[in-house]
Design a protein around this ligand. Structure first.
Ligand code: CP3
Length: 347
């Protein structure tokens, strides 16, 4: 599939090949900072947008057309997996995700199942097929899922949180239940991501947004051992990227999973990340998303400094977390253009 792509910079960089320039995309690039997205948001509910392939397709392609990124990322959400596993998920304006009946006890866990993904998530695979057709080889398509630990956070806490203390308490006080749930999420996610690849996703990113809330020891036990299973299951199919926000301490162990790429946030120097991750993996990041509020000349200068710090090989330019809803579109475009225009002196 990748040989038909006109722009395969991302895939080549993930494979460790030399490229003419650094590829760029932005986490949460399909979203509220785009006026074209906000128009559709007025008309349709969030999960309606996810579940209607034509809408998901249009939203996925918007940033490719409007800001010129080198990859599209499927418009969906990590929380469609808990939904498919039997939990109700609502998205409340100004508040974020809410799961009214979270998992707290063994009885609650009986309501959760490993579903047939073809039955429950077919709309995602239909969206991917449509997006691939509409992209017509312009750029690769990134599929994704939440990491088991990050999904457990929402499934147990029932809403967003700065600490996810109830999710942690569940793991620490009822470890047997927690590991049963984590394995169920892992099994569902493997089937889900394999089906995304079968439908046409060119690469997969695993979002562990809350990995950095765990100590290094707990990150291994509660998060990484499950991510490792997912990466292993996909290894022969497509390159995978692990983004575990705040979990810089585990870069060496994450590199050893066989993932092609590791996302990093802005709290670690590129040089240190490279030292920890070794030379066999592509690093992705790590511009502070709030920095996109700076004047455009500052964005341009700091992008050049970031690119220099990572160097010409095995780097995918990205933000260190999702783009914020209040970023002006011309600032997002300035970020993307600054990457595309940059050339290394000795290249
Ligand atoms: O552009 C893309 O990156 C693709 C689509 C995408 C969304 N969510 C769409 C979305 C992706 C990859 C996600 C991942 C996601 N969802 C994560 C991991 C990445 C991260 O940012 O840490 C998490 C933790 C979620 C859960 C989630 N979904 C939250 C906490 C929220 C509310 C906060 C927010 O950003 O509004 C959502 C809703 C959501 N998912 C929106 C979008 C565009 C906003 C919905 C809207 O108001 O229109």
């Amino acid at each position: 599939m990748s040989q038909q792509l006109q722009n395969d910079l991302l895939l080549r960089t993930l494979r460790g090949e030399q490229t003419e320039r650094t590829p760029v995309w932005m986490m949460r690039q399909a979203g509220r900072y785009l006026p074209e997205y906000r128009v559709l948001r007025e008309k349709y509910g969030f999960f309606e947008r996810c579940q209607t392939p034509e809408l998901a397709c249009e939203i996925t392609i918007q940033p490719v057309d409007i800001v010129g990124v080198d990859a599209a990322i499927l418009f969906s959400d990590i929380l469609v997996v808990p939904q498919a596993m039997g939990l109700e998920v609502q998205l409340i304006e100004q508040k974020g995700p809410v799961l009214p009946d979270p998992v707290k006890t063994a009885a609650d866990l009986n309501r959760v199942r490993v579903p047939d993904v073809q039955e429950t998530l077919q709309y995602v695979f239909d969206a991917i097929k449509l997006i691939k057709q509409e992209l017509n080889g312009r750029v690769p398509l990134i599929g994704f899922a939440g990491a088991p630990w990050t999904l457990l956070c929402y499934m147990v806490q029932g809403k967003g949180s700065k600490t996810f203390d109830e999710a942690k308490a569940f793991c620490y006080t009822q470890p047997e239940l927690a590991h049963r749930l984590l394995q169920m999420i892992t099994d569902t996610t493997i089937a889900y991501l394999k089906a995304q690849v079968a439908a046409g996703a060119d690469t997969i990113q695993i979002f562990d947004s809350w990995g950095g809330l765990l100590s290094p020891h707990d990150f291994e036990a509660i998060s990484l051992q499950y991510i490792r299973q997912i990466v292993a299951a996909l290894k022969d199919e497509v390159p995978t990227i692990i983004f575990a926000k705040g979990a810089w301490f585990a870069l060496e162990e994450m590199a050893a999973t066989g993932a092609a790429g590791l996302g990093i946030d802005w709290c670690i120097k590129p040089q240190l990340a490279r030292q920890m991750a070794g030379s066999n993996v592509t690093l992705q990041g790590n511009f502070d998303p709030a920095k996109l509020l700076s004047p455009i000349p500052v964005i341009q200068k700091e992008v050049r400094e970031m690119l220099q710090a990572f160097g010409p090989q095995r780097h995918v330019a990205n933000l260190g977390h999702g783009i914020l809803p209040n970023i002006p579109v011309d600032h997002a475009r300035a970020f993307v253009d600054a990457v595309k225009e940059f050339r290394f002196a000795a290249q």
